[in-house]
Write a new protein. Structure first.
Length: 160
C-alpha cells in the first residue's frame, strides 16, 4: 500500500502536481521528480547551503524542507531566477571576481545572495559575510564571493 500524498507545487511560476512520500524533502522532489538540478545536495543536514531555494521569496534549505510544506507556496530555484536582473547581475559579478571554482556551492550562494540583496540593497561586507556564514565553499576562500555580491548590489542600485 502506497503512502504517497498528492500535492501541487508552484515552482518557477509553473504549478506542478506531484505525488510524494510525506517525508520527502523539497530538494529530492525538485531534483528527482521535477529534474531541477541547479540546486545541489551536499550534506543533507542543512549545514552546507548548496540546496538553497527561495520559498515565498526567502532562502531556505530545501534538504530540510519537506515537499508537503511547500504546497501552495512559491518556490524558485536558480533555474527560475536565471532571467531575472538580480541573478543576471550576480552571475556577471561572480565571473568578474572569479567567485567560483568547482561550482558546487555556487547555486546555493547565488540564491542566498538574491535573498540578501532583496532584503538589503546596500549590504556591508560584514553583513554579506554574516549571510554567507551558513554556506560552505571549500575552493574560493569567500573573498571573491563577498566582493562579487557587494559589486552586484552596487550595480543593482545604480551606484556603479
Amino acid at each position: 500500500m502506497s503512502d504517497l500524498q498528492a500535492i501541487r507545487l508552484n515552482v518557477n511560476g509553473v504549478t506542478r502536481a506531484v505525488s510524494v512520500e510525506p517525508s520527502a524533502s523539497l530538494a529530492d522532489v525538485l531534483r528527482q521528480e521535477l529534474r531541477l538540478t541547479a540546486l545541489h545536495l551536499g550534506c543533507e543536514h542543512g549545514v552546507c547551503g548548496a540546496c538553497n531555494v527561495l520559498l515565498n521569496g526567502r532562502a531556505v534549505r530545501a534538504c530540510l524542507t519537506l515537499a508537503v510544506q511547500a504546497e501552495e507556496a512559491e518556490v524558485k530555484t536558480l533555474e527560475g531566477l536565471s532571467a531575472e536582473q538580480i541573478a543576471v547581475t550576480l552571475k556577471e559579478c561572480f565571473r568578474k571576481f572569479r567567485a567560483l571554482q568547482c561550482g558546487f556551492c555556487t547555486p546555493g550562494i547565488l540564491v542566498l545572495a538574491v535573498d540578501l540583496i532583496a532584503a538589503n540593497p546596500d549590504p556591508s561586507e560584514e553583513e554579506v559575510r554574516d549571510w554567507l556564514s551558513g554556506n560552505l565553499c571549500r575552493c574560493t576562500g569567500y573573498q571573491p564571493i563577498v566582493g562579487a555580491i557587494i559589486e552586484a548590489a552596487k550595480r543593482l542600485r545604480g551606484a556603479v
